[in-house]
Structures are given as C-alpha cells and as structure tokens.
Design a binder for this molecule. Structure first.
Ligand SMILES: [Zn+2]
Length: 284
C-alpha cells in the first residue's frame, strides 16, 4: 500500500513536470532543475481539423521579486501576450485553450506544459536576456528592446511544442530543433520586421551566451542544440528566406559561406514542412 502511494506520488509528480523547454539545463549547483518528462507520444489525436474548440488565452503572472517589476510592466504595456494571442487565434484553430503566461519560476527557462496546455516564459529568462544584452555593451533601453524581441522568438518556440502536442504532428528528429525552426518560420513568414528582429535577437542571445558560459558535458548531452548551433541555424533560416536581402550576413562572414550555400534549400524545406503540417489547422 505504502509502495503504491509512493508510486502514485511519483507519477503525479512526473505529470506536473514540464515537458519541453527553451533553455538548456542550468549549471548552477544551487538550482535543482527537474529532468524533463517525456512528451505524451504515440497517442492518437481525437482532434478533427474542422473543430475549433479552443483559443490562445493570456495570463500575466505578477512577479514577487521587485527586480522583475519593470519587465512585467513593459510586457503588459506593450500588450506582448495579447498581440501574440490575437495573431495566433486569427490564424489557427485549436482543440483546447492554450494559455500564454508570464511567471516567476525560480529558474531561467521557458516551457510548454501539456496538462492544462500552457506556454510559460519565466521572468528569470527575460531578465537573463536583458543581462546578456547589457553584457554585450548595449544601453538599458536597447537591452530591453532586444530582450522583448528574443522573448517573441521564445514564445513561438514554445507554441511550436504546443502545436506538435495538440495536433499530434509527426515530427522526426529533435523536437527542440523543430520548435526552433517553427518559431523562425512563423516569425519570418508572418510577422514582418518584428519577426526578423525576433530571430536576430535570439541568434544574438545564443551567441553571447555561448561565449559567456562555454560548453561542457551537460550541454553536449542536452536535448537542445548547442547555443552556437542555434545561433548559426537561426541566421541560416533568415539568410535562406531571402538571400539577396540578407547577403550582408555572408559578406561580413557572420554566416560562413560553406553553410550559407545550403541555407536557401534548408529554409525552403523547413517552410514547406511547417506549411504542410499546419495546413489542416489553418483558419479558413
Ligand atoms: Zn523547447
């Protein structure tokens, strides 16, 4: 009996764990990052593509720490969550409501939670982005702008996980990479300059962060690609979407020509894959 109760507690605990996150495992020994539980895989979706039973909703968390108050104020003021929800609701039908949430999580991360579907971006991750951009010499105002651009990329990465789960999309390979490409695809194809700025800011955060923290065994074992790889992949998606417009990425050798030569085909494949995957769920 006692063993059964213990097992039940463990199972419930696993169900409550997040299943897909944005940032690699944290290295700080003071932070106990739970291992990610597997996503709910292999379960057939009962969702019929012409049923629209849900919407993206918004939930602003109120930070307990004073240091996150300014971030919270700016997110509410810019209606960042509301605008994202409106655009997604105008584009996609959903089987269930999905909450877009900001929250103080106690760790630097963002994640999708399948049970009671929700996308959470932690104030700690936003603050981390702000510090990353400040460390690169940007003014406070510039760092806030870049932070919000990067947060747009993060939200759509987590929305990618949500869509994979809710539509039971057949993703082969690394889901984290698929979510990055989903975010880049939506940003580049549908969000104009804001979307391009989001991809560039995320790429810059990956690059700066990789130089600050280096790479160790945990990073190599992590399901996320290395920050350096996410940096180059993001730039490759952008360059591949319009090689003439983004030629400077290659001219100034930010993107090595050896990779750049394949980016147009790479982006085209990602774009057609995500277009096909989402087609049944587009609002007509
Ligand atoms: Zn992820």
């Amino acid at each position: 009996m006692r063993q059964n109760l213990t097992n039940l507690v463990i199972v419930i605990g696993l169900l409550l764990l997040v299943t897909a996150c944005f940032w690699r495992s944290e290295k700080s020994p003071t932070v106990n990052t739970p291992a990610a539980a597997p996503t709910v895989e292999g379960q057939p979706s009962n969702f019929i593509a012409d049923q629209d039973n849900g919407d993206f909703k918004v939930d602003h968390g109120s930070p307990r720490s004073a240091r996150f108050a300014e971030i919270d104020r700016q997110i509410r003021s810019a209606k960042l969550l509301e605008k994202a929800a409106d655009k997604l609701n105008a584009a996609l039908i959903l089987p269930r409501d999905v909450t877009l949430r900001t929250s103080e999580c106690g760790r630097v991360n963002a994640f999708y939670t399948p049970k009671d579907p929700s996308v959470t971006v932690c104030f700690e991750l936003m603050d981390h982005f702000y510090k990353v951009f400040r460390s690169a010499g940007e003014s406070s105002a510039e760092a806030y702008d870049q932070m919000f651009n990067a947060v747009r990329f993060v939200f759509l990465h987590e929305v990618g996980h949500a869509l994979i789960d809710l539509y039971t999309l057949p993703i082969t390979g690394n889901e984290e990479d698929a979510a990055d490409r989903c975010s880049a695809y939506i940003n580049i194809e549908y969000l104009g300059k804001d979307g391009v700025d989001a991809v560039l800011a995320a790429a810059k955060a990956f690059e700066i962060d990789s130089k600050r923290s280096g790479t160790d065994r945990l990073d190599l074992a992590d399901e996320h690609l290395l920050q350096e790889q996410r940096f180059y992949n993001s730039l490759c998606m952008l360059y591949g979407s319009d090689t003439a417009k983004y030629q400077s990425l290659v001219t100034d050798r930010t993107l090595p020509p050896e990779r750049a030569g394949r980016c147009q085909a790479e982006y085209s494949r990602s774009k057609s894959s995500w277009t096909s995957l989402l087609e049944p769920y587009r609002r007509k």
